[in-house]
Design a protein around this ligand. Structure first.
Ligand SMILES: NC(=O)c1ccc[n+]([C@@H]2O[C@H](COP(=O)([O-])OP(=O)(O)OC[C@H]3O[C@@H](n4cnc5c(N)ncnc54)[C@H](O)[C@@H]3O)[C@@H](O)[C@H]2O)c1
Length: 383
């Protein structure tokens, strides 16, 4: 199958895992990379054997590039994606898709007009853990989903990220940063959402960078850093999400899905294997194995059944959504980590953050198709 030639814009922290994933799949060839800092682009090109290092503008004008991989910071995602589409290139972007819903609508309309594909992170829902959840739901193990609860509580990124400023500026914050993993997984498993509401707050006006090399610098915080939202799915199921940069620790599972016949649980409060990753176990309980309310609470695995995971991609495989997009382009089929789903997620997040200002529910304008399950032998069956 003809390769999809990729031009990367944004050679920062997350680019390494993408470049490693790209090297594993024959359908992808990264032909050029760019960032604001030409020295950073040159170093990345040398490290991964990429033929050309560029300024961002040169990526758009290179006719050898079929698709732009947009790994810039949230505030410039839309600008880069629009420029890529205007230059006639497919685009796959990091999350959040956009920080302004009008930009998202423009990106989707432009892609449609030009016959180009738009894909977007997160692609973690294509990982083994999530595909196992999809299989269990499709097999009816928990019956029809009736509810879901997502939780991601951290104390921010300033202890590990070298340049954490953008996480505390518009376009950042815990919901826009971490919410897409949980909301995308919920939509992929339970379908689109009808309306949302929420509450949010900012706990600290400034935060100190604790990572190197900028240890001790004080950053302003211009976004809310503790957010809770409620969701009503089109199916009638009800969901909740809490995303926070103000929580030191928690024992709450990362995601649970409640069904008419049982419960699916994404356990482990360990942030390394949290639900914003590809790997980890799936637990479930049904009527036969559930606890009576007066039974003592038992921590851990007791009574939970661990689902057999028969799917691939149980390690960090960020970029798998781009691989899927490449096969979608070549095979003229829908993209799984689609721009439409990313826009729907962005509208849900916008609604959660806006509803407390108006005191009203946010009724969703956008919707999306539920992505098909990833074949167990992906990508072999695509060839
Ligand atoms: N760091 C992580 O652990 C992580 C994890 C998942 C997703 N992400 C997402 O990946 C994206 C990038 O994050 P990062 O941590 O790699 O950031 P980073 O700050 O390390 O790198 C950002 C890159 O974007 C480039 N850039 C910035 N503005 C630009 C512009 N106007 N035009 C062209 N290039 C520009 C910079 O030169 C740099 O190369 C963000 O959207 C983030 O949400 C990051």
């Amino acid at each position: 199958m003809e390769k999809l030639r990729i031009g990367l814009i944004g050679c920062g922290v997350i680019s390494d895992i993408y470049l490693k994933t790209c090297q594993k799949f024959e359908i992808l060839e990264v032909v050029a990379c760019a960032s604001l800092d030409i020295a950073e682009s040159r170093a990345k090109a040398a490290q991964y054997g990429i033929a050309k290092y560029y300024t961002p503008e040169e990526i758009f004008s290179d006719p050898e590039i079929d698709c732009v991989l947009n790994l810039t910071i949230p505030a410039v995602h839309a600008k880069v994606s629009i420029a890529a589409l205007e230059a006639g290139k497919h685009v796959y972007s990091e999350k959040p898709f956009v920080t302004d819903l009008a930009d998202g609508a423009k990106i989707l309309a432009l892609a449609k007009e030009k016959g180009l594909c738009v894909g977007n992170a997160p692609d973690t829902f294509l990982g083994g853990r999530w595909q196992t959840c999809q299989k269990l739901i499709e097999e009816g193990v928990i019956g029809a989903p009736t509810g879901a609860a997502a939780f991601v509580g951290t104390h921010g990124v300033e202890r590990h990220h070298p340049n954490p400023d953008f996480y505390y500026q518009p376009g950042g914050g815990p919901l826009l940063d971490l919410g897409p993993y949980y909301l995308t997984a919920m939509i992929a498993l339970m379908g689109p959402v009808k309306r949302v509401c929420g509450f949010s707050r900012k706990t600290f006006d400034t935060r100190m960078i604790e990572s190197q090399p900028r240890h001790g610098e004080i950053m302003p915080v211009d976004v809310d850093t503790h957010v809770s939202g409620m969701l009503e799915f089109c199916s009638g199921a009800i969901g909740s999400i809490t995303a926070s940069f103000d929580i030191w620790d928690s024992e709450t599972p990362r995601l649970e899905i409640y069904g008419e016949k049982g419960t699916l649980c994404i356990p482990d409060p360990d942030p390394v294997h949290g639900a914003n990753n590809f790997d980890g176990e799936v637990w479930y309980r049904t009527r036969e194995t559930s606890r009576w309310s007066y039974q003592p609470r038992v921590q851990g695995l007791e009574n939970w059944q661990v689902a057999e995971n028969t799917h691939g991609y149980n390690e960090n495989s960020r970029g798998l959504g781009l691989v899927d997009l490449a096969y979608a382009v070549r095979g003229s089929r829908p993209v799984r980590a689609s721009g439409e789903m990313a826009q729907h997620v962005c509208e849900i997040m916008t609604g959660i953050l806006e509803s407390p200002k108006s005191g009203e529910f946010w009724v969703l304008n956008s919707s999306c198709a539920t992505p098909a399950a990833l074949p167990e032998d992906f990508p072999n069956s695509e060839a």
